[in-house]
Design a protein around this ligand. Structure first.
Ligand code: 13P
Length: 278
C-alpha cells in the first residue's frame, strides 16, 4: 500500500509540466529523425550542420537524429554541445560475442548514442523480428543504459480486417513484457501504422489520437495508470511540415518519428518547431 502511494507521487511530477501550442501538453514532445539506410558520413554531417542552427532555439521538445551505424560517430561529434541527441536504429541483445553483423548497446553508447529505435516495422517485416526477440532486445538495451523508441503499428490489412486493436495489444503486451517502472522512464512508444510509412498517406489526427489513446489505455491496464500518463507516444508515418501541427495538437500525440522528411534540414526543422509549438 505504502509502495503504491509512493509510486503515484513519483510519477505525478512530470504530469504537471505544460508544453506546446499554448495548450496543456503533459509530456515534452520527443521528435526523432529515422534516417533509415540513407546518408553517407559526409552527407549526415552536412545535414546536422544545417539543422543545428535552425533548431537551436527549440526548448520545448527533445530532438534526436538516428543515422546509419557508419555515420553515428561523426554525426555524434557534429551534434555535441547542441540540443540534438544521437540515436541508433537497432541493436542486438548481447554486449559482445560471436554475432556477425550485429551491434551492441554498449557499442552504441561508446559511439555517443543515448537512444535507439527498436522494433521498427521494417525490422519486423523485412528482417522477421518477432515480439519475443524485440522484447529481449528492448530489455537489454534499457538495462544497458540506452533510452528506447519502441515501434508498434498495424498493417492496412490488419486495420481493414478490424484486427488493429488485437495487433496493438499483442505488440504492447509481448513487446513490453517484464519492464519495471524505472524502464518506463527511458522508454517512448512510436505508433507507426505500416500503411502510413513512406506512402504519403498520413493517419488523420483523429486516427492517430484514437490509436494513441488506445495504446495509453493498454499501458494503464497492463502496467500502471501513472506510467501510462507519463509515457510519451510518438506518431510516425508520412509526418510532414504541413501536418505536424494538427497531429501534435492531439492530447495523446507526444512527438514524432520522422522518416523521409527528416532527411532534409529544412523540413525536419519545421516539424521540430511545429512539434514544440515554437
Ligand atoms: P516516413 O516518415 O518516411 O513515412 O517514415 C516513417 C518511419 O518509418 C519513421 O520511422
Amino acid at each position: 500500500m505504502l509502495k503504491s502511494v509512493f509510486f503515484w507521487i513519483g510519477f505525478s511530477i512530470p504530469l504537471t509540466t505544460t508544453g506546446n501550442l499554448g495548450m496543456s501538453h503533459a509530456r515534452t514532445p520527443l521528435i526523432a529523425g529515422n534516417w533509415k539506410m540513407y546518408k553517407k558520413i559526409g552527407e549526415g554531417v552536412d545535414l546536422v550542420r544545417q539543422l543545428t542552427p535552425q533548431v537551436a532555439g527549440v526548448s520545448k521538445a527533445e530532438i534526436v537524429v538516428c543515422p546509419t551505424f557508419t555515420a553515428l560517430q561523426a554525426v555524434g561529434q557534429a551534434v555535441q554541445g547542441t540540443n540534438i541527441a544521437l540515436g541508433a536504429q537497432n541493436c542486438y541483445l548481447k554486449a559482445e560475442g560471436a554475432f556477425t553483423g550485429e551491434i551492441s548497446p554498449q557499442m552504441l553508447l561508446d559511439a555517443g548514442c543515448t537512444w535507439t529505435i527498436i522494433g521498427h516495422s521494417e525490422r519486423r517485416q523485412i528482417f522477421h523480428e518477432n515480439d519475443k526477440l524485440l522484447n529481449q532486445k528492448l530489455r537489454f538495451a534499457l538495462e544497458s543504459g540506452l533510452k528506447v523508441m519502441f515501434c508498434i503499428g498495424e498493417t492496412l490489412e490488419e486495420r481493414e480486417n478490424g484486427n488493429m486493436d488485437d495487433i496493438l495489444e499483442r505488440q504492447v503486451h509481448e513487446g513490453l513484457s517484464g519492464l519495471n517502472e524505472a524502464d518506463f522512464g527511458r522508454l517512448a512508444i512510436a505508433y507507426e501504422p505500416v500503411w502510413a510509412i513512406g506512402t504519403g498517406v498520413t493517419a488523420t489526427p483523429e486516427q492517430a489520437e484514437d490509436a494513441h489513446a488506445f495504446v495509453r489505455g493498454l499501458i494503464g491496464e497492463h502496467f500502471h495508470q501513472a506510467i501510462a500518463e507519463a509515457l510519451r507516444i510518438q506518431y510516425g508515418g508520412s509526418v510532414k511540415p504541413d501536418n505536424a501541427a494538427e497531429l501534435i495538437a492531439k492530447q495523446n500525440v507526444d512527438g514524432f518519428l520522422v522518416g523521409g522528411a527528416s532527411l532534409k534540414a529544412d523540413s525536419f526543422a519545421a516539424i521540430v518547431k511545429a512539434g514544440a509549438g515554437q
